[in-house]
Design a protein around this ligand. Structure first.
Ligand code: NAP
Length: 284
């Protein structure tokens, strides 16, 4: 039976550390880390994410600013707001909640955010830095997974890690972070042949597919570490990409959904904002 990786617990302990470091920074320099979150339109899921981010900021003592813009906001207006936040010394992180309405080009929006304040690490500069390993900001979900592995003393070095999914937000940066930790990495996607056989070779299996219970017990090697990124809704509510009940019997470690990877994502956003503020204050 697998040991459950408790994302809530790890997330809380990282947030406690962030709160202490925030107090330390304010005490030493008077600078309080500030995060600006911009939401355009009325997407219900996005509204929940934005509310949770604000709450998390308050919990660790950050300045939090929320900009809720109407769905009819023009691209130019959004870019102007980003310019003003780029120039605001009280703001160290800028996040535009995606997706934005169709008449706005999200690539242009991301490119306009000062890379030093791009705490989602989506800009070309920050993506490039992740490739070379010289990064300050790490994409929040994959970075949260690396924190979880470290918290449970799971060292990826020399292990075969298989990542299912190649999105820019999860799959690709996940593979890169595992590679930086010396795993041998295979990335799978919808055109991969022999997916089951490849997954069965994984010492660490990361599922970022977006399909409920996609990873079945016969795709998992005995003793594998199974990380479930999926957030899907079915008739019972929230569920992951892994058939948890069956896979739990075979894996050595497994993340549940909810309570596994999910709680770490916002925590790493806070971590990136703190890093940005410390850099602005010239503290390493
Ligand atoms: P995405 O952009 O839709 O990417 C899904 C990936 O899965 C694609 O690369 C796709 O391959 C691959 N895929 C789809 N069907 C497949 C199949 N039959 N066999 C193998 N690969 C297949 O999704 P995402 O943004 O990476 O998110 C993935 C999941 O993680 C979603 O459930 C999302 O809600 C969740 N998520 C959770 C968090 C969190 O904080 N917990 C954060 C972000 C995302 P192709 O590239 O070939 O199409």
């Amino acid at each position: 039976m697998a040991q459950i990786i408790n994302g809530k617990e790890v997330s809380q302990s990282v947030r406690d550390k962030i709160r202490r470091k925030c107090e330390e920074l304010v005490g030493k320099t008077g600078l309080r880390p500030g995060l600006a979150v911009i939401l355009v339109g009325e997407d219900p899921a996005s509204q929940i994410y934005v509310r949770n981010k604000k709450k998390a900021c308050e919990e660790v003592g950050f300045l939090s600013r929320e900009y809720r813009l109407g769905g009819e906001t023009s691209e130019e207006e959004l870019l102007e707001l980003i310019d003003s936040l780029n120039a605001d010394p009280r703001i160290h992180g800028i996040l535009v909640q995606l997706p934005v309405p169709k008449h706005i080009d999200d690539k242009k929006v991301i490119a306009r955010i000062d890379p030093k304040k791009d705490v989602d690490a989506f800009s070309f500069e920050n993506v490039g830095r992740i490739m070379t390993g010289e990064f300050d900001f790490v994409p929040c979900t994959p970075a949260g997974i690396m924190e979880l592995l470290a918290a449970y003393d799971i060292d990826p070095a020399g292990k075969h890690a298989v990542v299912i999914g190649r999105s820019n937000i999860v799959g690709k940066p996940m593979a890169m972070l595992l590679l930086h930790k010396n795993a041998t990495v295979t990335i799978c996607h919808s055109r991969t042949q022999n997916l089951k056989e490849i997954c069965r070779q994984a010492d660490i299996l990361v599922a970022a597919v977006g399909k409920a219970r996609f990873v079945t017990e016969d795709m998992v090697k005995e003793g594998a570490v199974v990380i479930d990124v999926g957030m899907n809704r079915d008739e019972k509510g929230l569920c992951g990409d892994v058939d948890f009940d069956a896979v739990e019997k075979k894996a050595s470690f497994i993340t549940p959904v909810p309570g596994g990877v999910g709680p770490m994502t916002i925590t790493l956003l806070l971590q990136n904002t703190l890093t940005s503020a410390r850099k602005a204050a010239n503290i390493k």
